[in-house]
Design a protein around this ligand. Structure first.
Ligand code: DX5
Ligand code: ZN
Length: 215
């Protein structure tokens, strides 16, 4: 069964506690937290302050996805706020290896995120060092976009690379995951699925999470 990570980005922020409690009561495993700075991506979302509040209520693993320039400036703050995982983008980290080691040295799980236009091969010399590969199946910045079909090939290539390099990384897919495509994403080799709109816009979010989990 896949790991399910509802993305809070699609939640009702006026009723954040209720939304976090819904996830607590669900079959979800992680809570995905999208941090955006308006530079690396065109959108601005939330930062450590909101995560600190969420952490007070959530019983799930906090899977933080940093879509920000020079993310290492904020590792300590996100750890303090309650991050369990921190994923950073290969596109904005010239010292990616060092940054990954820093996240792990803080006792957190470290993820590398990769945008849709970048090939699986870019990960070959870092994949053995990471706990998570966060494969963007949309261009990062917004929820509710359409899944990019080429991601399915990329998942298979990344899976091969993981075996080749003796990596223990889990493959986490982010963007456009729906009840319709979840099964083929898992069949391609995904271990974890992030889902924002599919969960929070559903008439029955608990049921949506349950169905994703069974994909
Ligand atoms: C996009 C974010 C995603 C987003 C996914 O930049 O990284 O985590 O919340 O939203 P959906 O599932 O609606 O595509
Ligand atoms: Zn994300």
């Amino acid at each position: 069964m896949a790991i399910i990570a509802p993305s809070l980005l699609a939640a009702d922020f006026l009723h954040l506690q209720r939304e976090v409690e819904m996830v607590n009561n669900s079959a979800a495993d992680w809570l995905h937290l999208d941090v955006m700075d308006g530079l690396f991506v065109p959108n601005i979302s939330f930062g450590p302050m909101i995560i600190e509040f969420v952490k007070k209520v959530t019983t799930k693993t906090c899977d933080v996805h940093l879509m920000i320039e020079e993310p290492s400036r904020y590792f300590e703050q996100f750890k303090k706020a309650g991050a369990d995982h921190i994923s950073i983008h290969i596109e904005t980290c010239p010292r990616l290896h060092q940054d990954i080691q820093q996240i792990k040295a803080m006792g957190l799980k470290a993820g590398v995120a990769i945008n849709p236009h970048n090939p699986a091969g870019f990960l070959s010399d870092i994949i053995a060092d990471v706990d998570i590969v966060l494969v963007m199946s949309v261009n990062p910045g917004f929820g509710g976009q359409k899944f990019i079909p080429n991601t399915l090939n990329k998942i298979k290539e990344i899976k091969k690379l993981i075996v080749e390099k003796g990596s223990h990384a889990v493959i986490n897919i982010d963007g456009g995951v729906t009840l319709e495509n979840a099964a083929e994403i898992v069949a391609a080799g995904a271990d974890a699925l992030v889902a924002g709109s599919t969960v929070f816009n559903a008439a029955d979010p608990l049921e949506a999470i349950r169905l994703l989990k069974q994909a």
